[in-house]
Design a binder for this molecule. Sequence first.
Ligand code: HEC
Length: 236
Amino acid sequence: MLKSSACAALAILMAFAGAANSEEKAEMVKKGAPAYRICAACHSLQPGVHLSGPSLAGLWGKKAASVDDYGRYTEALRKEDLVWDEDTLNAWLADPQAMVPGTTMTFRGVEKDDVRANLIAFLRRAMTEGGTVKVVKEGLVSERMASGPVPPELSSLGANQRITEIRHCRDGYFITTADGAKFPFWETNVRIKIDTSLRGPKKGEPVLLRSGMAGDRVSVVFSSLAEFKNLVAEKC
Ligand code: HEC
């Protein structure tokens, strides 16, 4: 009798401890979510969306550098034989360069132990298979933060941004758009880019994006490298 009531008391105590523990964990996840903002500058939590860094979706418990369709891993990370969990992420996020010298994750690290622990509690939820939808639904991060800085859709821009002719002469680019407007730009103010993704410009239709306050700086985005070579002529 005595023994069984002691057992019951112990069971209740353990249940309490368990509840406190999971409450504590939920609190850590909540506190850690805002710290994810800094990661969202380079990563998406949407599966298959690779930005400067690979998508973090479903990486919890996976081998490092194992996302097949992310083609820009460094040799340094590839040759590490590690699996992403609390311990490995703790070392990685404290100082990526110290853990994997030569990595291109140019992020100096989360210095404070408690901030890092909370962030990792959040990542455990977010980076587990199906976690992206959960963390957005639970209001831990906005949809936008979960998506990351996905480049704008360039395949359906207006005539004033679709380029029909581009030539280079001396130190300038001379650009004509589909609405007939012609612009001269100093070559130093023109960023030449390629967006080969589905969001990129249509084939044969590079686009003009204005940037900066003065309006004299632009990006010209092509759908492929070949297109850049074929469409830009040196002609004065
Ligand atoms: C400046 C951009 C940048 C920031 C900020 C950044 N990362 Fe990264 N991250 C990268 C790049 C690039 C890689 C690939 C590194 C390599 O191949 O060496 C990477 C790799 C990773 C990996 C390994 C992926 C894999 O498939 O093995 C994880 C995990 C990761 N980052 C998590 C984070 C977290 C969490 C944060 C925020 C605390 C963060 N990163 C901040 C750019 C960034």
